[in-house]
Design a protein around this ligand. Structure first.
Ligand code: FES
Ligand SMILES: [Fe+2]
Length: 340
């Protein structure tokens, strides 16, 4: 293996005996498809609370913006007081698109005949419940979801929760965050499955990971030691866990080494039956004195964080789409029987 120069605080414990050495099993043997599928099945059995990650909160501005979430076409906009709102994208009068509609105060105004819409329902048109967690914006779907206490958009009964089910994050005001949103032709489960297979990391993304060893896999939490490339042989090595707090999210948390407590949240939001969005939030924190300066350079660093995340996801979307395509190929097809 080429020489690696690690920067920053390393993990406090040495690599366990045998881990990562030539005597350990090769990655392709450790990446056991059956155990990855079992971990995925456990994740998919969890509730999502009826919540769907939509996008970076910074992307929602005064001008309404359209998104399709689990087949539902919505517009989201920000009121003058900074509150994010969401509602059906089609005007209840004659169906005009409210994407890019004008706003008036807290309301939106249909471009065709000027109907002003807001918190008051208009027929079946009514606002959706929104949550702004300080990094991402979420919507809760399901007609009367709050009243019935369950939402079954994807054929799974979800107990509706007051807010999205989030894994612990660094404290507000102490972190630097970046968010990317990309779309893929696959199902949310394919996005989770990609991250439940960390064994591909150093093989498939050698530009980003110099070394990746799985330290533990208890079925629900994977612990890895990973060396992220900074430049050439320079890398930062940390211990991190992967777990799924809900059925559409997988979170990587740094648990030892530089940046303990930093997280990368990967949310997979269905768009339609064969498309989904990957919304990934990198939320980095550090005890180092210089991190305060880094936070002041947030706009510059955010671009770098997002470029790195985007580069990985170009490849990981190819992985997820391949998984989906193989599953589609394997589905039984109707046999056409000749009339003769
Ligand atoms: S279509 Fe919106 S007001 Fe007529
Ligand atoms: Fe990957």
């Amino acid at each position: 293996m080429p020489r690696l120069i690690t920067l920053g605080d390393p993990p406090s414990s040495p690599l366990p005996e045998g881990a990562g050495s030539r005597s350990s099993k090769p990655d392709w043997v450790q990446a056991n498809p059956a155990s990855i599928d079992r971990a995925l099945a456990r994740a998919l059995a969890r509730s999502g609370g009826g919540w769907y990650a939509v996008d970076d909160r910074r992307m929602i501005r005064e001008r309404p913006r359209a998104y399709t979430i689990a087949g539902e076409e919505l517009v989201l906009w920000r009121t003058p007081s900074g509150v994010v709102r969401a509602a059906p994208e089609a005007c209840p009068h004659m169906g005009a698109s409210l994407d890019c509609a004008k706003t008036r105060g807290d309301n939106i105004v249909c471009p065709w005949h000027g109907l002003e819409l807001g918190s008051r329902p208009h027929g079946r048109w009514r606002e959706r419940t929104v949550h702004d967690d300080g990094v991402l914006v979420w919507v809760q779907l399901g007609e009367g979801a709050s009243a019935s206490g369950s939402s079954d958009r994807e054929g799974v009964d979800e107990t509706v929760t007051d807010a999205p089910i989030l894994a612990p994050r660094p404290r507000p005001g102490t972190f630097l965050s970046g968010v990317i949103r990309m779309e893929a032709r696959c199902e949310p489960s394919d996005i989770l499955a990609n991250r439940l297979d960390p064994w591909h990391g150093a093989h498939y993304h050698p530009h980003s990971f110099a070394r990746l060893v799985v330290l533990d896999d208890d079925g629900d939490v994977l612990t890895v030691r990973v060396a992220y490339r900074v430049a050439g042989p320079l890398a930062v090595e940390v211990d991190a866990t992967f777990h799924c707090p809900d059925r559409r999210t997988i979170v990587m948390t740094i648990v030892d080494g530089e940046g303990v407590g930093s997280v990368v949240e990967t949310h997979a939001t269905p768009i339609s039956s064969d498309r989904c969005a990957v919304i990934e939030a990198t939320i980095a924190s550090s005890d180092r004195k210089g991190f305060g300066v880094a936070r002041r350079l947030a706009p510059l660093l955010r671009g770098m964080i997002n470029r790195r995340a985007g580069r990985l996801w170009v490849e990981d979307i190819a992985y997820a789409e391949r998984r989906y395509a193989l599953r589609q190929r394997a589905r039984p097809r109707l046999r056409v029987v000749s009339g003769e």
